[in-house]
Design a protein around this ligand. Structure first.
Ligand SMILES: Nc1ncnc2c1ncn2[C@@H]1O[C@H](COP(=O)(O)OP(=O)(O)OP(=O)(O)O)[C@@H](O)[C@H]1O
Length: 350
């Protein structure tokens, strides 16, 4: 895992706005009052947003997007033969990234389309979290481009001209603020960035917690929650948004190893939650989720099977395979076969 997993500025989901001096924010500032951090937070907010291209399909049209399980979709190239790219929310095109002498990404290209549930898998250290950081705008590629709804992102998250898509990042560690209550954690960005009253935010927090199956925990501190509950609170924080705004921007969520360290049952709970907040799912209250598409980095087979429809396999800095989850276990690709079976014999060397 990379340091992102402990980064406090999560989720990256809202627009720049006035700073509000509520108790939660005061408390937050008292333990994290570095100006550079505040600047970074402001930039994160702006970076992940891009206006829709003129021909972007409406949600109603999304039913025409068909990712069926045919073996044709298993390819070694990154091209999937889609004729229409109007449903593409995020695209990485020939992305390269090195850290010092170490080449991590070596020309990675893929698209995330409206309504998709995509997984990024591959051996440890192959650059999966780096890809999430690049999508989120926390890292800039050395070479190659990232397009957000058809518009090229220039530079990092300080690209304030881009708007129209919220991108949230859910960290492995949940990254809750220890000295804030659950209510303050979940409502954090609304306290800071919206004009909503504290009562409105509090009500919304309760609704979002109910959507992830949590009740009556608003006044607890993170230390009073189990690991699985913390992940649920993190998820509630990632799906909350300002309901008073005229237009709600679509949102893509990026999950970095959301089930790492959880027991099998707690993993299932989180996997189902990930599905439930998606537009194709239903939350704990029976309402459809509001997450348009999501990307999950994971090593867990259960998460691959339960929460992901399409997989991207990264190895040695390249996208070496992509296909539907149903094709993963039956793939003839030797790299995929070795990874799926956990065998020591094969092209992947440790
Ligand atoms: N900011 C950084 N500075 C230097 N090296 C980094 C940085 N971020 C990542 N790396 C290195 O890049 C490589 C890829 O890291 P990354 O976390 O993206 O891999 P990963 O595929 O997500 O790994 P894992 O499955 O083990 O979590 C690793 O060798 C890591 O040490």
């Amino acid at each position: 895992m990379v340091s992102l997993s402990t980064h406090p500025f999560f989720p990256i989901i809202t627009q720049n706005g006035a700073f509000r001096s509520v108790a939660a924010i005061k408390k937050f500032n008292s333990f994290n009052n570095q100006q550079s951090s505040k600047d970074l937070r402001r930039k994160l907010v702006c970076a992940c947003i891009a206006p829709p291209p003129r021909n972007l399909k409406s949600e109603e049209d999304s039913s025409v997007i068909n990712f069926n399980g045919s073996s044709k979709s298993e390819q070694l190239s990154t091209v999937r033969g889609h004729e229409d790219d109007s449903d593409v929310l995020i695209e990485c095109r020939e992305v390269y990234k090195s850290f010092g002498e170490k080449k991590i990404l070596n020309g990675v290209s893929f698209k995330i389309r409206h309504g998709e549930a995509v997984g990024i898998i591959g051996p440890s250290g192959t650059g999966k979290s780096t890809v999430l950081k690049i999508i989120a705008g926390l890292l800039a590629p050395d070479k190659g481009e990232v397009y957000i709804r058809g518009r090229k992102r220039v530079g990092l998250i300080s690209d304030e001209e881009i708007s129209g898509l919220r991108i949230g990042l859910v960290f492995q560690s949940a990254a809750l603020f220890d000295s804030l209550t659950v209510r303050e954690n979940v409502g954090f960005l609304l306290y800071e960035n919206s004009s909503m009253s504290e009562d409105q935010i509090s009500k919304l927090v309760t609704e979002c917690l109910a959507a992830v199956g949590l009740k009556g925990v608003e006044d607890r501190l993170p230390s009073e929650l189990s690991g699985g509950m913390k992940k649920r609170v993190a998820l509630a924080r990632s799906i909350i948004y300002d309901t008073t705004k005229d237009s709600i921007e679509p949102e893509v969520l990026l999950y970095d190893e959301p089930t790492a360290g959880l027991d099998p049952i707690a993993s299932t709970v989180v996997e189902d939650l990930i599905r439930s907040v998606h537009i194709k799912g239903r939350d704990a209250l029976g309402k459809p989720g509001n997450i348009e598409s999501y990307v999950v980095v994971t090593h867990q087979h259960s998460t691959i099977k339960r929460a992901i429809d399409r997989l991207l396999f990264l190895h040695n800095g390249k996208l070496v395979w992509e296909g539907m989850t149903s094709e993963f276990m039956t793939s003839k690709n030797p790299i995929v076969q070795q990874f799926a079976s956990g065998s020591l014999d094969g092209p992947i060397k440790y």
